[in-house]
Ligand binder design. Structure first.
Ligand code: GUN
Length: 312
């Protein structure tokens, strides 16, 4: 939370600087404030909570946010969603577009994400942004020959997904030297596992991806200097899976029954934090409060960067 607050403050400071200059020019379509448009389809309570947290963070950072909700799953069509996205693509007040996932099964997720203008795709999920992250051409240069500096993610000239970016930012902010380290990523989702593995490769880590079909996952994880747990399985990684002193980034947010808790459940990560992992790891993120705030901070940063590029 402290790091997210620090990043929000940095953004507020920088947005305020630019605002003054742009107001002096006379406004028009340039200037104003950064704007983020969010699409929420269906009625999942967890998605609604995440969206509310994102909107609140926007308000705190001086970013305008626009929300379009489609609670009626039976009534919603892909055409309705595509039409909304196209209008946001053409709206000069919108610099970032986020489609909260998962979408209901009847909606073709790829079709919706593919309709977002890649320059406004602040979640980094459009196929062209995915391809740029997954291209070894972009290891140190873009296709346009621009130099790429993977040690400063906010300078990368295309959008990177927020949660993976937040993981790497946390490693940087604790002074973890990623180059040459053995990193094990647990999970292979489009949202976290695959992109974070690729970012760590660009930072010259040696990366292994562990997944549901991995044989002897514990022995693989025990080799890791850096563990990124993003499997979505409560308390899966036990303390004896960890090398002493390793850095653990726990991306999991799992609800488990707990009759003593206010709502009858509580949230735990993929790593058995209280079962001893916190005593073996050198660094470990808590759940909730570790990676979650970083995802939001990176969303604000991507939106700010998108606005800044539109104002160049
Ligand atoms: N659902 C869970 N996490 C995320 C995220 O980072 N982005 C989007 N769009 N949906 C999510």
């Amino acid at each position: 939370d402290a790091i997210r607050t620090e990043i929000s403050r940095e953004l507020i400071g920088r947005a305020a600087d630019v605002d003054v200059v742009v107001d002096g020019i006379g406004g028009g379509k340039i200037g104003g404030r950064p704007g983020l448009a969010v699409m929420l389809v269906g009625n999942r309570a967890d998605s609604a909570t995440y969206v509310r947290m994102k909107q609140r963070a926007c308000a705190d950072a001086g970013i305008s946010s626009y929300l379009e909700t489609y609670p009626d799953v039976d009534g919603v069509t892909e055409e309705m969603l595509l039409d909304r996205i196209r209008r946001w693509n053409d709206d000069d007040d919108v610099h970032g577009i986020l489609v909260q996932l998962p979408l209901p099964p009847k909606i073709d997720e790829g079709r919706i994400l593919g309709a977002v203008n890649p320059a406004k795709d602040v979640d980094g999920l459009h196929p062209s942004n995915v391809a740029r992250l997954f291209s070894s051409d972009t290891h140190d240069r873009t296709h346009d020959g621009e130099r790429l500096d993977w040690t400063d993610l906010s300078s990368v000239p295309f959008h990177l997904p927020c949660t993976p970016q937040g993981c790497v930012e946390l490693l940087d902010r604790i002074g973890c030297d990623i180059e040459g380290k053995r990193a094990v990523v647990i999970g292979r989702s489009n949202l976290v596992g695959l992109p974070v593995a690729m970012m760590l490769v660009h930072r010259n880590a040696t990366v292994t991806i562990v997944h549901s079909r991995t044989v002897d996952a514990r022995d693989v994880v025990r080799e890791a200097d850096i563990v990124i747990a993003a499997a979505g399985k409560a308390n899966m990684v036990k303390s004896d899976w960890l090398k002493r002193g390793c850095v653990v980034i726990d991306v999991g947010i799992n609800a488990i029954n707990d009759s003593t808790a206010k709502r009858g459940y509580r949230l735990v990560g993929d790593v058995d934090y209280d079962g001893g992992a916190k005593d073996v790891a050198g660094w470990i993120t808590p759940v909730p409060g570790g990676v979650g705030p970083m995802t939001i901070a990176m969303l604000l940063r991507n939106t700010y960067n998108s606005w800044k590029r539109a104002n160049k």
